[in-house]
Design a binder for this molecule. Structure first.
Ligand code: 5AD
Length: 462
């Protein structure tokens, strides 16, 4: 059977889409190739959020085509996802070696189209049509398809976004908001838990808008909080996460959910984008700096150890020095546990792309560097505060940085590396934090070495 290699650019939603495509192909008899050089099919699942992400994927595809030519091979080459959606056939016109262009509503048809291409029934396939119900098609999981156990799983709950932030291409690439039904999502989660999954992350471009049309508020609880309640009730599930919410969607009901639902971990990824009210307004974000600061306080008053992370755009059109300083100041006040900084990139067709006074590249570079330093310094401080404390981690497997050791994450989403072994995988362990590295904590190896390490019985499975 043919082998396939999938490379993913961009966000966790893209990672999840790729995983579902891989699972679909494995269940249809494909094997997963160890690298792109030996694969019969190479798929790039693309990101359009910044121009650089698009250029990377385009460069990679050119390179793949060149290498294949030199090797005398002609693998099937395909673009999937956001850039495929926004550029369509144009991708084949500029890179004639490309055989397949599949948009964001068509991942579930990958196997069928590859079979057609491999059998010679089609020469080129472009499918970027909208498809009713496509939000319910990202549901296959690779671990299950391969007969493996996974500790943590991502579940796609909705597609698209209606927020129309002026910088953002996502409403174009992912379409309008479409939510799955609560019973359908719960069924998927129950199946995962039955297969051994301990932690579920609910995914969507704007999860706080989940089910706005189909699930009106019940006793002050939004559709999204109703979904959290339903998934939380699954017995055997130990941790529940979600991403990405919109700060505007953090009503009282969601803030309270953190205190009410013990499996809902103390982590909130709340993209602030800017600390300046004028810029927030131009971005069409729908909240003010003051409201954002208040929200962070509310979250931390539910749990003082709440991990608060964010996304920030540096150099939005017209951003002045003093407006940028307001963002720096906000980061100083909030002390994010982690922040993802994005240099503004004009996206064709978005309102911000034609706004006055674009910020020069070198100014964006300087601001980016400066903000990075402030963020890293504050984040390190928050990580260092955990030294000497005991933290509950869910062990995921060998450490990505050092495969000789094991790693897991705290409830507030910080990676902890420790001297573990395979028997710890999937367990909740209480570790004493010994030291801190760059966005990594190190757990007490001496203690975990003891078999009778005193962990609360209810949270450990032997
Ligand atoms: N330029 C730079 N960053 C962007 N993001 C979205 N659109 C753009 C853009 N045009 C960032 C936002 C968002 C994250 C996923 O990507 O910060 O939260």
């Amino acid at each position: 059977m043919p082998s396939v290699f999938i490379k993913t650019y961009g966000c966790q939603m893209n990672e999840r889409d790729s995983e579902a495509v891989a699972a679909q192909l494995v269940s249809k008899g494909y094997s997963l190739a160890p690298n792109e050089l030996v694969a019969d099919v190479v798929l790039l699942n693309t990101c359009s959020v910044r121009d650089q992400a698009e250029q990377k994927a385009l460069g990679k595809m050119g390179n793949l085509a060149g290498v294949a030519r030199k090797q005398g091979r002609s693998p099937i080459l395909g673009f999937l996802g956001c850039m495929a959606q926004s550029r369509g056939r144009e991708l084949i016109d500029s890179l004639p070696e490309v055989d397949l262009v599949l948009g964001t509503q068509k991942f579930h048809r990958t196997a069928e189209y590859l079979n057609d291409l491999l059998a010679g029934r089609s020469r080129k396939i472009v499918d970027i049509e909208e498809e009713a119900g496509s939000q319910g098609t990202i549901r296959e999981h690779l671990a299950a398809a391969e007969g493996r156990k996974a500790v943590s799983a991502f579940v796609s709950i909705m597609q698209g976004c209606n927020q129309h932030c002026t910088f953002c291409i996502v409403p174009d690439t992912r379409g309008p908001e479409r939510s799955r039904s609560i019973p359908e999502i719960v069924a998927e989660c129950e199946e995962l838990v039955a297969q051994g999954v301990r932690e579920i992350t609910l995914l969507g471009q704007i999860v706080t808008s989940f089910g706005r049309r189909d699930y009106p508020p019940v006793e002050g609880r939004s559709g999204f909080v109703q979904l959290l309640d339903a998934v939380h009730a699954i017995s055997g599930l130990q941790r529940l996460r979600f991403t990405s919410p919109h700060p505007k969607g953090y009503g009282r009901d969601l803030v309270e959910a953190y205190g009410r639902l013990p499996k809902l971990v103390e982590h909130a990824h709340v993209p602030v984008q800017s600390g300046s009210n004028r810029i927030l307004k131009l971005m069409h974000r729908g909240y003010t700096r003051e409201r954002f600061l208040e929200l962070v306080e509310e979250l931390r008053s539910v749990h003082p150890g709440m991990g608060v992370t964010t996304d920030i755009i540096v150099g939005f059109p017209g951003e002045t020095d003093s407006e940028f300083e307001e963002t720096v100041d906000l980061c100083r006040v909030v002390e994010f546990d982690q922040a993802y900084l994005f240099k503004y990139s004009a996206r064709k067709g978005t309102p911000a792309a034609t706004m006055d006074h674009p910020v020069p590249e070198d100014v964006i570079e300087d601001r980016h560097q400066r903000l990075l330093e402030v963020i890293n310094e504050r984040a390190l401080r928050r990580y260092a505060r955990l030294i000497g404390q005991t933290q509950e981690i869910l062990v995921e497997g060998p450490s990505r940085r050092n495969p000789a050791r094991y790693e897991g994450r705290t409830r507030s989403n910080k990676i902890v590396v420790f001297d573990g072994s395979e028997r710890h995988r999937g367990q909740l362990l209480n570790l004493r934090i010994e030291r801190v590295g760059s966005f990594t904590l190190y757990g007490d190896a001496a203690i975990i070495g003891l078999d009778d390490f005193p962990t609360p019985a209810a949270t450990v499975e032997v």
